[in-house]
Design a protein around this ligand. Sequence first.
Ligand code: ADP
Ligand code: ZN
Length: 644
Amino acid sequence: MDNNRKPIPPKKPDPEEEKKRREAMQRQVRFSLGYVITGLVVLWLFQEFILSPMLVQPAVQLPYSDFRQKLAEGQITNISIGETDIVGEMKNSDPTIKGATVRFDTVTVLGSDPKLVEDLQTAGVKYKFARPTSPAGALILSWILPLALLGGFWYFAYRRMSGAAGGGGLGGIFGVGKSKATEVKPADVGVTYKDVGGCDEAIAELQEIIQFLKTPEQFAKLGGRIPKGVLLVGPPGTGKTLLAKATAGEASVAFFETSGSAFVEMFVGVGAARVRDLFENARKAAPAIIFIDEIDAIGQSRANAMRIGGNDEREQTLNQLLAEIDGFKTGTSAPVIIMAATNRPEVLDQALLRAGRFDRQVAVGNPDLIGRLQILKIHSKGITLAPDFDLDRAARMTPGFSGADLANVMNEAALLAARRKAEAVEIKDFEEAIERVVAGLEKRTRVMNEQERTAVAYHESGHALVSALTPHGDPVSKISIVPRTRGALGYTMQMPTEDRYLLTADELYDRIAMMLGGRAAEKVIFDKISTGASDDIQRATELARRMVTEFGMSDLLGSVRYAGQQMQYLGGAIEDSSNVSPKTRETIDAEVQRIVTGQYERAQGLLQEHRPALERLTAQLLKCETVDGNAIKAALAGEERACS
Ligand code: ADP
Ligand code: ZN
């Protein structure tokens, strides 16, 4: 029920990726639907406007008796006698119809008029017997032939696309085999490492690449192995794309940007053709950098992938990619470097990571305090900040934020300042922008009944007080019971004084107690608990489990890592704990439970002891909806405060 930022990264599959995957699938479905519909329309047009007029030419319908009469009058010139009808030409007696003769059609039955041939003979009419038309003939003409044509056309296009012959003209008829990469000319790249904040280590590792792109001969002379592929590993929004582009900017080479999902299509061979097209273009523009975002879309291990579009297609695409990388000539004067980004290097096919391919891996993580300060500086360049806007403070308020988050918050702050028609962006705009980005927009229209509101107020006060009452609790900067669109009914915002990467067991215990503080407050006050605490419980349990299995903080189990390998299984992450014996697993569960219940009871004890403070803080919260950190101190000191 709160949105505290925590330095321990959550292990959740990335929803962005899921979305992209779904979109790629939708694209495939749309494409094939489009082809089927177009095909049917073409078929219909063919039958309606080409075939029908050819088969059934307009003719005058004559009853058999009229036909006999015209024959006697000598009007008929020539006929063709079929099994069921007689068609032919007769002299035109109708002035409204042009021409000397008109076609006619008479229904008859072959052999019903034995005198017919004799009469035709005497009248001197040219006659013939038509070959019986089998229904198969009509079927072939109107359906099978056009369908075969359509299919053949498709096969032809498809052959061109998959480029069995390789080389030029890969675009095929629809340009399906063209890579969807955007090419940026060296002069237009426009970003350098100055535009990237908090990635100093990654930048240091990329220096070699720049050196190589700039002076490949020099590089080859010294005997260094030519770098080919760099894998940027890190969560989304940390600036991997930016970093790759800035590398192109630093080396002033062309930049090709694309995404793994752009290669994934339904039809076998399309992806491979696109890979080939991309590398061909890059080689033409060399020296160049190719950047493939989300390479896991094509580079996923062949062993554990089950996807729409078939494995064949992805495998071909991957093989083509490997072939292209291997095909780079060493010591070339026009080098091409391929950079790729992923958040899940563990799912990549081992073949991709082999020496001479993506053998260089550069980690790009969420920025630390100094990195965040740099990034905020970069993104506040075009923004008028108030003179007392403290970027350092802003950086301290945003632990766990990615570069993209920070850019987003800064932009949102500028919008908020503009909305209140201010001259400059104040720190309070920034603060509000954080809340928006973290918790979704304020949604004051949502009505909570009084009982719910009270429960939420107690819950959040519980979090805040436990945090204040434990020795290692992070200071609370703000508590709010204003409902947010993203599902949180209220939240407690903490501002850690610094980024923490090393945490002691005591600190983690305090953290768990704080997470359970909301639930403890509900238990203490109402002696019952609501569903609102489920997220808290999940996070507390997760942390306790990691303490036991990863951090070796349980005396019973000792400093042994029990956490299994994270495995990708049907798109979800599961823990493979097959190397943990059932008995140990029981012990782990018992230890996790001991930690969580222990801290839950501790939180309850603290709140029971400071129950008046809990009541005061809750009353304050119900009155003001949002209070800052000082309200907690005031509540503990027994002071009444007005809303600020
Ligand atoms: P990724 O490729 O890792 O998902 P992007 O490079 O697409 O992330 O980042 C999106 C945007 O976020 C960038 O265009 C930039 O404006 C901002 N950004 C992200 N990381 C940084 C950074 N380290 N320094 C400056 N801006 C950043
Ligand atoms: Zn909560």
